[in-house]
Design a binder for this molecule. Structure first.
Ligand code: UDP
Length: 386
């Protein structure tokens, strides 16, 4: 049966679905194999017992500067404007994160804050944001501000999230969350900040509704597919498959983890239903310090739903990924860094020996892609595949 398809895609998250859709539009018959019992990967959302659209695998907030990506996704759903705001619980107060001038005002009081803002403006002029590492590399007052922000916002959150001291965490990870030199209190500064009006699952349903796309859920591709770098061939079932195969699952698993497992970071996501109209003052409240969870999301803020007397929240408890564990068995985050990259490169090299095999996406490319970057990569890949 597999030879009836012009391409096979493993995994039905943004990478797999985007690649499949583009190939389908080029006239190729595409088969998607998905291990879970649903589409949409970690973007999967559903209406819960409170009637609230809930993101099963943690909050996914869309933002991009990439017009092509946004135009592509707009074809499959209406988007509603949504600017994400995060508040941090720091020293018993709620303050904006990214750390901004308002955060300084609240934590330091008028006079001291004025001095801090002055020093930052003097050092960085008209710049809108800097990284905490830049502050830490600064001198005098700037360094002191850096140390404060690092200690209160990044140090403990990062240690919890990654299970290692922050100095071991790649700098690019901390740079995702800047220090804002002004009063802009949005979490993202991108041009396009929207949420899919009817949720991500609906977006995926529309994207996958195409006469050339067949989706099979509950299929563990690992039990079917054998990739052999030596012969340069992939077999599916008993057949050698010579047409494009796009793999969006972890790259090591495809090769039986022969060089050892690629580490990922996982989460235990605890959903709670609460009989109150609102639980917290913002969509996400970060708990950088005392608690053992990192953040709480209240989904109604993301969806704009108006439901009285009920709300749904999710707490995130970071943990090491272990495919065999009861909790923490989903590989959410690649752990960026030289050593892991070197290990990944070995798997990528094996994959490179198989001419019709393509690794695509956050897991398969071992890159900390946001949703828009995953879509952009898949668009590029589909373009390359003739
Ligand atoms: N981070 C932090 N404190 C915060 C928010 C983020 O230390 O209050 C650090 C932490 O290391 C985290 C990284 O910045 O892993 C990236 O944060 P982001 O919100 O982008 O993470 P994601 O939403 O992808 O989990």
């Amino acid at each position: 049966m597999y030879e009836n398809f012009d391409a096979i895609v493993i995994g039905c998250g943004f990478s797999g679905a985007t690649a499949a859709r583009c190939l389908a539009e080029k006239g190729k018959k595409v088969l998607i194999l998905e291990k879970r019992d649903h589409i949409a990967g970690n973007m999967y959302d559903f209406i819960d017992e409170n009637g609230i659209l809930t993101h099963k695998y943690g909050p996914h907030i869309f933002h991009t500067n990439n017009k092509t990506v946004f135009e592509f996704l707009k074809r499959f759903t209406d988007f509603m404007p949504y600017e994400h705001r995060v508040i941090g619980r720091i020293d018993g107060q709620y303050v904006p994160i990214p750390f901004n001038f308002e955060s300084a005002d609240r934590l330091f009081g008028k006079e001291k804050s004025a001095k801090i803002k002055e020093a930052l403006k003097k050092e960085y002029g008209d710049r809108e944001k800097v990284t905490v590492n830049e502050l830490l590399e600064g001198q005098g007052e700037i360094r002191k501000i850096g140390e404060f922000v690092f200690e209160k916002v990044f140090l403990h959150y990062t240690a919890k999230q990654w299970g290692m001291p922050p100095e071991k965490v790649d700098k690019s990870v901390l740079s995702r969350v800047p220090v804002v030199l002004g009063y802009d209190d949005r979490y993202f500064q991108d041009t396009y900040q929207y949420m899919p009006k009817d949720g991500y699952t609906k977006l995926f349903e529309n994207m996958l509704r195409h006469e050339n796309i067949t989706v099979k859920t509950n299929v563990d591709a690992l039990s079917l597919i054998h990739a052999d770098a030596q012969s340069g061939k992939v077999t599916i079932g008993d057949e050698v498959y010579e047409k494009p195969i796009i793999w969006t699952a972890p790259a090591d698993e495809l090769f039986g983890c022969v060089f050892g497992r690629l580490p990922y970071r996982s989460l235990y996501l605890k959903i709670e239903h609460i009989n109150k109209t609102w639980f917290q003052p913002a969509a996400v409240v970060n708990y950088p310090n005392e608690e053992d969870f990192t953040r709480i999301t209240e989904f109604k803020y993301l969806t704009g739903q108006r439901i009285e007397g009920k709300t749904t929240i999710m707490k995130e408890y970071p943990m090491q990924y272990d495919p065999n564990a009861e909790k923490g068995n989903i590989p959410y985050y690649p752990i960026v860094g030289q050593e892991n990259q070197a290990l990944y490169d070995k798997y990528a090299e094996l994959a490179g020996k198989i001419g019709n095999l393509y690794l695509c996406g956050r897991l398969a490319q071992y890159r900390y892609f946001n949703m828009d970057a995953a879509v952009a990569e898949a668009l590029k890949l589909a373009e390359r595949i003739s």
